[in-house]
Design a protein around this ligand. Sequence first.
Ligand code: 4AD
Ligand code: MG
Length: 429
Amino acid sequence: MKTTIAEIGNYVGQTVVIGAWLANKRSSGKIAFLQLRDGTGFIQGVAVKAEVEEHVFRLAKELTQESSLYVTGVVREDERAPSGFELTVQSLELIHEAKDYPITPKEHGTEFLMDHRHLWLRSKRQHAIMKIRNEIIRATYAFFNENGFTKVDPPILTGSSAEGTTNLFHTKYFDEDAYLSQSGQLYMEAAAMALGKVFSFGPTFRAEKSKTRRHLIEFWMIEPEMAFMDHEDSLKVQESYVSYLVQSVLSNCKLELAALQRDTTKLENVVAPFPRITYDEAIELLQEDGHEIQWGEDFGAPHETAIAEKFDKPVFITHYPAEIKAFYMKPDPNRNDVVLCADLIAPEGYGEIIGGSQRIDDEALLKQRYEEHHLSEEAYRWYLDLRKYGSVPHSGFGLGLERTVGWICGTEHVRETIPFPRLLNRLYP
Ligand code: 4AD
Ligand code: MG
């Protein structure tokens, strides 16, 4: 019976065949332990000299790392195995012999691993991270579909920017200037006026010259946008979405979290509602802790970490000064100098995972913002139309996929959370 490692538990006591690669190996004169992987999981194959044909045992001893093979064996339950099963090898058929695989079980430097990203993805750790990324993607679609949202795909080649003009990737669109999308938000606002509750899920690009453990040049963002929903309604969606993601990973990725040695007690806490503090309160907290920060300044990574440390769940920081936020955010009706927005800061120092706000719905105010932000009215005319024809209160947010994966997996750097990261100094492989 041909099967996969993930399905092998259905065949206890039976003989199965799996296609696999040799991840690692230990052997003595009498027994060989083969660490096998097939993409769906990892399992140990045990070849005992006395129990297999001579050429099979010889092959087991000679197998090189990352060679591909078909393994025939009997499935056994084994409490000590992470997956709960082991394969007693009966025969082996070599498909392709790998010679001198560069990533050996010894430690390698990060740059070396990044140069070999196409191979590094095969490691148990990277496998676990990609599986968790996939679970977060699956849970995202499930959450928004279950809650009445329609998926809408905004364009990637655009003529105007959503998040300011400094980080835009410039390109040519025949004879015109074009930019790679930094955010689909403005288009999602148009879609919300047509479909009510919408979400997008796609790549976004920022030519940010920052070399931090939280910044990618190309990253994936989930952007929900909701008509007739105010700032408060949006925070409720955000906290239940993020709780849903974390709880889905906890239930469906136990082996992967164990492979990453993730301390899951902190994740178990992540259940809505989340604590909230205003920007003003955050500034006070930071000043009390001796940080040199004044009202009106934006938070850096150390500030976010210091605030996050005071809570055991993600924390919303709300009502930032209008001056340090995007042009489209709606001012607080009680206080013109702050806007109805929130950033969601992940625990354990992972920083901002969501940015969101209620949007300006008044045409005159939006026009005034264009002027203040020196935005060309021409490029944004269609966006103004949304305030001309049946304008309604509406809110939305963007969750960064890689930062969320990084937090849930407990990775040191976002470079491990996307298959082929684009970084300041890296466009290869
Ligand atoms: O806070 P940002 O810039 O918000 C927006 O783009 C809004 N237009 C979203 C919306 O309201 N529809 O980005 C949203 C999130 C951040 O919280 C962060 O998680 C992630 O996107 N992000 C990045 N992730 C990796 N690398 C980068 N360079 C990122 N920049 C933002
Ligand atoms: Mg932000």
